[in-house]
Design a protein around this ligand. Structure first.
Ligand SMILES: [Zn+2]
Length: 219
C-alpha cells in the first residue's frame, strides 16, 4: 500500500506527475477539486453547500473539505494506494490528514516563481472551442489561431501578471506551513519540476524508491 500526497504550485505539472505515478503502480489518483466540481455538476447536497459558499465569495471550509476527503477514501477502491492532489491546503487540514491516515510520502514539485510566471503567462485558450495551448511547448501551427477550429487564441482572464502574483503569494502563505509540518515528520521529497515530465517522474520514483517509469507501458 502506497499513500502519497502531491504538492506543487500551478504550472508545476502536478496533475501530469500524479497521473504518471498512478498509471502503472495502480494507485488511485484523487483530485479533490474534481470531486467538488462533480458534486456541483450533479447537484448533490454537498454540491449545493459548495455553491452557496462560493456564491457568498467564501472559501470552502476545512470541515467540508475534510468530509469530502474522508468520504472519498472510505470508498476503499484503492487496493494499492492513492496519490492525492489538492489536499491538504492548510495546516489544519494537514493535521487532520496525519491523524487519520499514515502516509508514505509527500511529493513536493519545486518550481521557482519566475518559471511559474513564464509557464503560466504562455498559456493560451481558444475563444471558440476551449482548446488549450502553450507558447513554450505546445504552440499552434498558425500564430494566434486554433489548430482545431481556427478560432482566436486568447489569454485566460485570470492569467495576468497581477492575478498570478496574488495567486503565488497566497499559495506560498498557505502551503509553507503545510510543507513545514510534513518536513518535520520527514515525509517530504523535494523534486525539481523544471526538467521534462519523464525526467521529473523518474526523479520522484527514485526518491521514493519506486520502480522506474516505463514509457508507453500503459498507453
Ligand atoms: Zn478552437
Amino acid at each position: 500500500m502506497r499513500k502519497y500526497v502531491i504538492m506543487g504550485v500551478q504550472g508545476s505539472g502536478k496533475g501530469t506527475q500524479a497521473a504518471l505515478l498512478a498509471s502503472d503502480l495502480e494507485l488511485v489518483q484523487i483530485i479533490v477539486g474534481d470531486i467538488f466540481r462533480w458534486h456541483v455538476q450533479q447537484h448533490t447536497k454537498l454540491g449545493a453547500q459548495v455553491r452557496r459558499t462560493m456564491a457568498a465569495g467564501q472559501l470552502v471550509g476545512d470541515d467540508l473539505v475534510e468530509s469530502v476527503v474522508r468520504d472519498r477514501l472510505q470508498q476503499h477502491d484503492w487496493n494499492y494506494g492513492f496519490v492525492i492532489d489538492g489536499f491538504p491546503r492548510n495546516r489544519r487540514q494537514a493535521e487532520f490528514f496525519l491523524e487519520s491516515y499514515d502516509i508514505d510520502g509527500v511529493i513536493h514539485l519545486d518550481l521557482p516563481d519566475s518559471e511559474v510566471r513564464r509557464r503560466v503567462l504562455a498559456r493560451r485558450l481558444c475563444a471558440n472551442c476551449g482548446m488549450d495551448y502553450n507558447l513554450i511547448d505546445d504552440r499552434p501551427t498558425h500564430e494566434g489561431r486554433c489548430d482545431v477550429c481556427g478560432g482566436e487564441l486568447v489569454i485566460r482572464e485570470d492569467d495576468t501578471e497581477e492575478a498570478l502574483a496574488t495567486r503565488l503569494r497566497e499559495y506560498h502563505e498557505k502551503t509553507n506551513p503545510v510543507l513545514d509540518l510534513f518536513r518535520r515528520k520527514e515525509y517530504v521529497v523535494n523534486v525539481d519540476a523544471r526538467p521534462d515530465k519523464i525526467t521529473v517522474q523518474q526523479m520522484i520514483r527514485h526518491r521514493l524508491s519506486l520502480p522506474e517509469y516505463m514509457e508507453g507501458k500503459n498507453d
